[in-house]
Design a protein around this ligand. Structure first.
Ligand code: RB5
Length: 142
């Protein structure tokens, strides 16, 4: 599975923690930035990562900004993207099982690294259940 990671300055430190964790686990990942805590605009990073997922250049994506919200809003503008903002493990599981979320967004100013890494692990390990949920997911695209 190929992953794309992106953040703005508000999510940079959390993205680095997630990157280290996933590289240790052997994931193939591409970090498209940002690469420092210098202020940048989150829509550019959210959209670029989402376009990689939508184009099949990555299977899934993980985003971080201060709240996880702004960067997810940008990602969700890209056709085919279902980006879930998550700050608890139950939602991490359900965003995959029921919503087939193909991107996960976390707030670096909301969740600590310990919880964030648990969320990431659960999100990556959970399969979409399909069935009635497929019909509902199909209706999201219209
Ligand atoms: C940047 O200060 C902050 O607005 C951004 O990281 C994010 O929280 C936006 O949703």
């Amino acid at each position: 599975m190929k992953l794309v990671l992106a953040s703005d300055h508000g999510g940079y430190e959390l993205k680095e923690e997630i990157k280290k964790h996933l590289l240790e686990k052997g994931y193939d990942l591409e970090d498209i930035g940002t690469h420092s805590t210098e202020s940048v605009d989150y829509p550019e990073f959210g959209r670029a990562a989402a376009e990689m997922v939508a184009a099949g250049k990555a299977d899934k994506g993980i985003l971080c900004c201060g709240t996880g919200i702004g960067i997810s809003l940008a990602a969700n503008k890209v056709k085919g993207i279902r980006c879930a903002v998550v700050s608890d493990t139950f939602s991490a599981k359900m965003s995959r099982a029921h919503n087939d979320a193909n991107m996960l967004s976390l707030g670096g100013r909301v969740v600590g690294a310990g919880l964030a890494l648990e969320i990431v692990d659960i999100w990556l390990a959970t399969e979409f259940e399909g069935g009635r949920h497929q019909r509902r997911v199909d209706k999201i695209e219209g």
